[in-house]
Ligand binder design. Sequence first.
Ligand code: BGP
Length: 479
Amino acid sequence: MFHEELKPFPEHFLWGSASAAYQVEGAWDSDGKGLSVWDIYAKLPGTTFKDSNGDVAADHYNRYKEDVALMAEMGLKAYRFSIAWARILPEGRGKVNEAGIRFYSDLIDELLSKGIEPVITLYHWDLPQALLDEYGGFESRRIADDFDEYARICFRSFGDRVRYWVSLNEQNIFIGFGYMTGMHPPGVKDKKRMLQANHNAFLANARAIRSFRELVPNGKIGPSFAYSPAYPRTSKPEDILASEDAEEILSHWWMDVYAWGTYPKAAMDLYRSQGIAPEVLPGDLELFREGKPDFMGLNYYQTTTYEANPLDGVGEKLEMNTTGEKGTSKSTGIPGVYRTSANDYLERTNWDWTIDPEGLRVALRRITGRYNLPVLITENGLGEYDKLTGDDKVHDDYRIGYLKAHILACREAVTDGVELLGYCTWSFTDLLSWLNGYQKRYGFVYINREETDLKDLRRVRKDSFHWYRRVIESNGEEL
Ligand code: BGP
């Protein structure tokens, strides 16, 4: 719908930006930190772009004060970052590493002293390697006990100062990539194992939320879901059904469990008929319901378009465009269910991600309509090649254009009645892209390094830095 006038963004809206420990911190083996699965996986030949890894990343561990000073200069209201589990518990459980607690405690104090609200992500994919070695990580139900123990330590250590928490970041992605496409650790390609690991991740999520209610009663917590709303290719009923199937299999499978504690029926029946449905034990669904979040965290980058796929049609292609060469993505699907298709109405980035601000409004509306939960946008942004000019500037007008259009879509959604708590861009500084090295950049602050050349890791404010400062200052009125 069109509005004659848009509502303003709410007072105290969380204008933020985000990062994740492995992608930004570096200091991979400093001060007693244990190894994470990414410390190992990224060093296996051929797993990442130009063998890039997070050993140094943006060196945020050592330069966090400089980074927080830049956030303060920008007027950021919230900073979302993740805790590296293996910094707190080097072996995944048991002995606590006090230096790890101290690092995050200092970071939180630094943020608070500048009036910036910390938003903590408990898990952004860097599982302690010890837990993978010991019992297969998410493939065992034991992960729920250990994640809960870790979460409780974090709640006790930081819950007095931190109100907003994200439990799991993009469970659909780290499980899908870890156990289906095999592109993330542990590199498994087996859908049955994926669905079981995913079920166990739900157990971990719900246990942590249950503990949160006890230990941080006044805080707010939710998972961050990577939601790519499904569109039908045409108005042909077969395509409509294909897109509804995609929505159910790729999105409701996660969000229904978070919000309602139930798996969607048609998808469950499909998996049962294929003999790959997860094992659900008595009490699991009750636990899920106890783990109902306060908000849905939304990581939004793009929409995906689907069309009908015959029984002998396109199968699941286990690949994605990590080349940065536009137009190299291929169609993928489930035979008899759906296949992806190009959307002629949308531009794409160099990594073939569609650019669709209206899709963000669709996402916000669908979450609100289906779950009636507030939404915190925990990621949104544009990954592009940025160029440092001779006078130490980065003219990223394409990023400004992207963010402007998405913020406008947020405001339209707010006018539609969506309860939006905040908007965190991905990312504050440039950082490591898991599979795309350092050339796919997202930040307001340029980090002077490349995949193999660390250079001086200098921080340079991009044009978008100055632009976002005005957006925040005007509470989103001036875009
Ligand atoms: C999300 C992740 C982030 C970040 C972002 C950009 O899925 O939560 O950690 O990496 O996507 O993705 P990429 O780096 O692949 O471009």
